[in-house]
Ligand binder design. Structure first.
Ligand SMILES: *Cc1c(COP(=O)(O)O)cnc(C)c1O
Length: 475
């Protein structure tokens, strides 16, 4: 099997990185010579020694790049993003303010426009990049509080924990809405919450971090509007799949498409290019449909300023210093891997979805592994079938398979563990004895297109290990 990852023969980083270093050196030279200060000199031998130790320590990472790593939301950035990041990093512009680096500031506006267009939000959408999804959601909740200072926020029980935590930071009342068996917000329960009149903004999740399901956005929207509520979508993980939804891609179920398309009608959206946008960490984004919310960021500016094209990034962000390199890397990436359904990002995302479908089909016919539910996006949940049908046995078997798969010396498989309410399993397995309220199952985020051809191998490996564990447990 060919070597894959960031350093493939087809996409050799070496000459590109050399080209970047040369180009930045040329640019620096154009500013004239000056005497370098001796305090900045390092001893090359010391560096060599330290670098050796550093590189050795980095080998202790899990192989995020490899399809055998099918655990958490982790993968290396695309080499193009690395090239783009390095070039700007050598200059180190700060996108806090336009004069911290005009070119990457301009690029940030361009990529934010591209993200808004991908989601079919209006051209007047106001937004900026953030350090990540947590900051993006914090800004959305902060604006929610500015607009409805006397009302709280509601989000589902399976929303990312950041919403509960950030509501605490903002001292916003937070109401957790129950979910259905598969982890989507229950709209009857939502309506009961809205009837109290205490909620100003409802947070819906497009791609929950645990099970990767999309809340029923299209159906929740009219309900929220009826109660005078705003809607924020946490699309940190799943937002990029809107690209395929708007193209009616067959890899997405019709309802999933409908709900992802409805993001276009929501008030704010958090989306993470450092998850499905091929970027290194430090690249989230927040988008607001109403550009006049920019007034909250700076009270002494007339808000019309923020609707003009002369938008000043530092004035519409809670964070101050931010890497201009993050905007540069995303900009360069989108030039060659555009936000399109038929080229660039689309085919990458579609392959991830097909990988999940393919593995789910194998799991549905397996005698030793069982699917928790059909995957909606590219996140799969399953568990080894235990000898006794109790929640405790499922929990113990999952934990054991997780450990053994990872520790296998010859052909390891890296998964993650997810805690679910036992009820969620009983939905498809009614005779399961609920001898504990929660149960750990296995979870795989298949966010690399390479998984598409690799999942039969992952499945076979895990079946072998699960059988071996069953036999050992019997003995
Ligand atoms: C990852 C994630 C977050 C948090 O974003 P960070 O970039 O890790 O700060 C929030 N919400 C959802 C749905 C996520 O998947």
């Amino acid at each position: 099997m060919a070597h894959t990852g960031n350093l493939t023969p087809e996409m050799d980083l070496k000459p590109w990185l050399a080209r970047v270093v040369d180009a930045i050196r040329d640019w620096e030279a154009s500013w004239g010579p000056y005497p370098p200060h001796p305090s900045l000199q390092v001893d090359p031998h010391e560096l060599e020694t330290a670098l050796s130790r550093y590189l050795e320590r980095l080998r202790g990472n899990y192989p995020f790049f490899h399809p055998r790593y099918a655990g958490q939301m982790l993968k290396p950035p695309h080499p193009v993003a690395v090239i783009g990041y390095l070039a700007a990093q050598l200059i180190n512009p700060n996108n806090h303010a336009l004069d911290g680096g005009p070119p990457t500031g301009e690029m940030e506006k361009e990529v934010v426009r591209a993200l808004a267009a991908m989601l079919h939000l209006p051209e007047t959408t106001l937004g900026h990049l953030t350090g990540g999804g947590t900051m993006a959601n914090l800004e959305a909740l902060w604006v929610a509080r500015c607009l409805h200072p006397d009302r709280g926020v509601a989000f589902s029980r399976e929303a990312h924990y950041t919403h509960g935590r950030m509501s605490g930071v903002l001292q916003l009342e937070a109401v957790e809405v129950p979910t259905d068996a598969e982890g989507r917000m229950d709209l009857e329960a939502l309506e009961a919450v809205l009837r109290t009149g205490r909620i100003g903004t409802v947070v819906l999740t497009a791609g929950t971090t645990g099970r990767g399901v999309v809340d029923p956005i299209a159906d929740a929207l009219p309900l929220c509007r009826r109660y005078g509520c705003r809607v924020h979508v946490d699309a940190a993980y799943g937002g990029f799949f809107a690209l395929l939804a708007h193209a009616d891609a067959p890899e997405l179920a019709p309802d999933t498409r409908r709900h992802l398309k409805a993001i276009a009608d929501c008030d704010s959206v958090a989306i993470d290019p450092h998850k499905h946008g091929l970027q290194p960490y430090g690249c989230g984004a927040i988008l607001f449909r109403d550009p006049t919310v920019g007034r909250f960021y700076r009270h002494d500016s007339p808000y019309t300023y923020f609707t003009s094209d002369a938008l000043h990034l530092g004035e519409i962000s809670l964070e101050c210093s931010r890497a201009g390199a993050a905007a540069g890397a995303l900009w360069l990436t989108l030039q060659v891997l555009p936000l399109a359904a038929d080229r660039g990002l689309g085919p990458i995302l579609a392959a991830c979805l097909r990988a999940a479908r393919r593995w789910a089909a194998l799991l549905e016919t397996s005698e030793v592994l069982r699917l928790v539910q059909r995957p909606e996006l590219d996140i799969l949940t399953f568990y080894p079938v235990p000898l006794t049908s109790t929640a405790s046995a499922v929990d113990a078997a999952s934990q054991r398979l997780f450990q053994e798969a990872m520790q296998d010396a010859d052909d390891p498989v890296f998964l993650s563990v997810l805690r679910l309410r036992t009820e969620a399993l009983r939905h498809r397995w009614p005779t399961l004895q609920a001898d504990r309220p929660e149960v750990r199952v296995l979870r795989s985020v298949l966010m690399k297109p390479d998984h598409e051809t690799y999942v039969p191998h992952l499945h076979e490996r895990l079946e072998q290990l699960a059988r071996r564990i069953q036999t050992a447990t019997k003995a």
